[in-house]
Design a protein around this ligand. Structure first.
Ligand SMILES: [Ca+2]
Ligand SMILES: [Ca+2]
Ligand SMILES: [Ca+2]
Length: 491
């Protein structure tokens, strides 16, 4: 059997059997009609672009009818037969609000038909949008911002929240596109409403740790970031808004301290050992915007002012803080930029004692008793050990010596004071022979510190009083008075 649109032919000779041929027929089914407009999806068209339509008529599997198009609008009626319809609407100067009617008809061989229609409106009007800005400086509290111009000044680190609401009078969804070049840039897109929350910081063009220490000291321009909004309706009519975010300098200099011992920088993990010159290098510091030479610096080491509001240009780097003594110390650094923004940094440093027994000063001598011939005295030598070693010491006058006393080692909390006392009754006038004999433990060589001359014994006659004696006597008398009567009223 050979089919054709208008009937069929039965070839009996190709069926070599002797029987009846039965054929069943059914009623005709009308075709179906569908069409797709390129870039369609809404009921609006742009006056500036052409129209492409792809139509499809589906009937039985034998033959699909050809789509028949009719297009009407503010132009001469267009009729066309074919699957693809193209209309050069871009050259027709269509006006906003004008309408175009499309219809496509499918008719099969039996005259049964179906059609597809669409009405579109010309849209040349861009959407509108509103934008609001709020800022928070890390506090969680939001302040409304109403930029006078399109410039938004913000302190570095401010979080900016912006809500954009867009509307198109044709009722189509509006695409919102937001772009900024902040730190590598970001883009956001949304439909009808877009909310963004982003923080803005100083950029790479300002001073910062990304620059070499030598390159951080110049004056810089504040960073500008652009913030652009493009709002588009479904046919591409758009409106844009541009803002500039200027990052303000509202902070003092960034203090970058480096501790050095005798000219050698030390890592924070390095043990600092007493005995060397301790130095502070602040040349790695910077201000984000201001030239470092315009900043002021106060440096306080253990309460002593090394610099007080000194211009950076007058500070020679590194700053000497003197010889390092064992113990806990604090370097307090305060700095101001020319706008008065202040930064404070306290650098605690712990200096460990050097090895061995180290006397930072000669022993101090105290005397208890009247320094006269044949008067019993107790002489006490205080020794200040800055070393981590311990030792043994005795105080001798001639052949008379005190018992051995321990020289206590210093620790990282500071030097250790040891006291050695000798009880003696001088039997001659003049300078009292006095020696501190000590050795380091274990097994160090004996060493002697001559303290003769610190005490002068008088002949109990006030005809000749050496100056040293006067001060000794005052110390001794005050000491005796405090011991006897106390220094508080209830004793
Ligand atoms: Ca049909
Ligand atoms: Ca529109
Ligand atoms: Ca500053």
């Amino acid at each position: 059997m050979t089919p054709s649109p208008s009937g069929f032919t039965v070839d009996r000779s190709s069926s070599p059997v002797a029987s009846d041929i039965r054929i069943s027929l059914d009623t005709n089914v009308p075709p179906s009609a569908s069409a797709v407009r390129q870039g369609g999806g809404s009921t609006t068209i742009s006056p500036h672009s052409d129209i492409h339509l792809a139509g499809l008529c589906e009937d039985n599997s034998l033959a699909n009818p050809m789509p028949e198009w009719v297009v009407e609008g503010p132009f001469e009626k267009i009729e066309y037969t074919g699957n693809i319809l193209e209309i050069q609407t871009s050259s027709m100067e269509l006006e906003h609000g004008e309408q175009v009617f499309f219809s496509m008809k499918c008719t099969d061989a039996h005259g049964a038909n179906a059609s597809w229609t669409q009405i579109v409106t010309v849209d040349s009007a861009p959407p509108t949008f509103s934008i609001s800005f709020q800022a928070s400086v890390g506090t969680g509290l939001w302040n409304d911002i109403q930029p006078d111009s399109n410039t938004i000044p913000l302190p570095s680190g401010t979080v900016l929240r912006s809500v954009i609401e867009a509307y198109d009078q044709e009722g189509d969804p509006v695409r919102i596109y937001l772009e900024s070049n902040r730190s590598g840039g970001f883009t956001r897109t949304g439909t009808d409403v877009l909310e963004i929350t982003e923080a803005f910081y100083h950029g790479q063009s300002t001073n910062g740790p990304h620059r070499d220490p030598d390159d951080r000291h110049s004056q810089r321009e504040p960073t500008n970031w652009f913030f652009s909004v493009d709002v588009q309706d479904s046919v591409g009519n758009n409106v844009v808004g541009n803002w500039t975010i200027v990052v303000l300098d509202d902070e003092g200099p960034v203090i970058v301290p480096e501790i050095m011992l005798s000219g050698v920088p030390v890592e924070s993990s390095t043990r600092l050992v007493a005995g060397q010159e301790i130095q502070l290098n602040i040349s790695g510091s910077y201000d984000r915007i201001d030239a470092l030479d315009t900043t002021l610096w106060t440096i306080v080491f253990d309460g002593n002012y090394v610099h007080e509001m000194t211009p950076y240009s007058d500070i020679s780097d590194p700053i000497s803080l003197g010889e390092a003594h064992p113990g806990n110390h604090v370097i307090r650094i305060v700095s101001w930029d020319p706008s008065g923004h202040e930064s404070v940094l306290e650098v605690p440093i712990e200096i460990e004692p050097a090895e061995g027994v180290i006397f930072s000063s000669s022993p101090t001598i105290e005397v208890s008793g009247d320094i006269g011939l044949n008067n019993p005295l107790v002489i006490t030598a205080s020794i200040n050990n800055e070393g981590s070693g311990s030792g043994s010491a005795r105080l001798c006058s001639g052949a008379i010596c005190s018992p051995e006393g321990i020289i206590v080692p210093a620790t990282s909390t500071g030097p250790a004071v040891s006291r050695i006392s000798l009880a003696i009754t001088p039997d001659s006038v003049g300078d009292l022979d006095l020696k501190l004999i000590w050795f380091q433990l274990p097994g160090g060589d004996e060493e002697t510190i001559d303290l003769t001359g610190n005490i002068t014994v008088r002949d109990n006659l006030p005809d000749w009083i050496p100056p040293t004696f006067v001060s000794m006597a005052i110390v001794a008398l005050s000491y005796a008075a405090i011991r006897r009567w106390g220094d508080s009223p209830d004793q």
